[in-house]
Write a protein that binds this ligand. Sequence first.
Ligand code: SAH
Length: 405
Amino acid sequence: MNKTINLKIKSRFVEEYQDKYPLIQKEIFQNIEDLNEEGIIINLLSPNNKFIAKGYYGRQNKGYGWVLSYNKEEQIDKTFFINKIKNAITYRKDFYEDAKNNITTAFRVLNGEGDKLGGLTIDYFDGYYMLTWYSLGIYSFKNTILEALQEVLKQDKTYKGIYEKKRFDTKGQYLDSKSDFVCGLQAPAPIIVRENNVNFAVYLDDGAMTGIFLDQKDVRKNIRDKYANKKTMLNAFSYTGAFSIYAALGGAKKTTSVDLAKRSLLKTSEQFEVNNIDVNSQEIIVDDVFNYFKYAVKKQFKFDMVVLDPPSFARSKKITFSVSKDYVKLLKEAIQITNKNGIIVASTNSANFGIMKFRQFIEKAFKELKEKYEILETFSLPKDFKVDDNFRQGNYLKVVFIKKK
Ligand code: SAH
């Protein structure tokens, strides 16, 4: 059992936590001397000793831990986690239904604080459950959470096995680490999962990432179903080419995928192959997007659709890219190589700014180039990435479909 301590918070924070703000922040405490071991259960008390909430201490890039309950008597035990997991599964029953019908067999089952369990996510990949731990604090509950999960999964006839990824280190820094098999059956590498009837090769035990970002599922589908037909598409920061696969399946004339990582060539080819698309009819380029843009502008290449989905932050040999600093520049390059009436899909997963600021970047880029545009649609996280109403910054994804006029 994890130890429990009582900690008083400063009076100016009381209301916020009574109003169910879930993230525990360092500055709310009067004294943090007793916070010496991740995983400690903290009772948050008002300055006059009134119980407000209980949570755990776990340092991650955001904050010092998460609130778990507003009931003073509630134990953070197996039953507690069983309830959280059951509720999360019930909320995704449509996804389980789609999985049964082999339409979509990869989705998020539990989304951290969105499912009132900050610091942990659980993804479903065709019967395999992938747990991602974001702090040592939440990881200290591993055995209890695993028991709870296995108990709940007795009901899941598709259950095969459990994997985990640890995205923390002991200094509280955000860190990708090797993924690990936990229990049950071991998955083949790759397993083929489905998403909206599209195949994806997914690696559950291959380092930090599986090969697919599940939060973009609605955007991918939209590209395939509404925009791709007979279009040429440039997919910048393409990773394993997910947007390109969907575009090709939506009838795109040709896709061009650009990513700096050498592995992206093989990974993207593989995704085309598992969907029976001739890789030779597509282009896959390993290059810095900024280099490629320069080249494409010089050569006067034009595309009907350009997808921009950069990481929030990236360092390559020559440049450091940060979304809030460089998105306008990126957009300006994209605008120059987009055909009139063409579509730019501008995406960011940066939690540091909201949709208003993102729209200002778009406005600025077009204005500086004296070009006109129309915003057609915007997307944020899909339904399985449940967001806590009291923690809107958890809805980090912003995707805007822009028509260049
Ligand atoms: N759009 C992808 C996910 C992108 S992840 C998808 O939907 O699956 C970000 C990718 O950007 C990584 O694959 C990384 O290798 C790549 N990247 C980072 N900096 C880059 C740069 N300067 N030029 C090209 N690719 C870059």
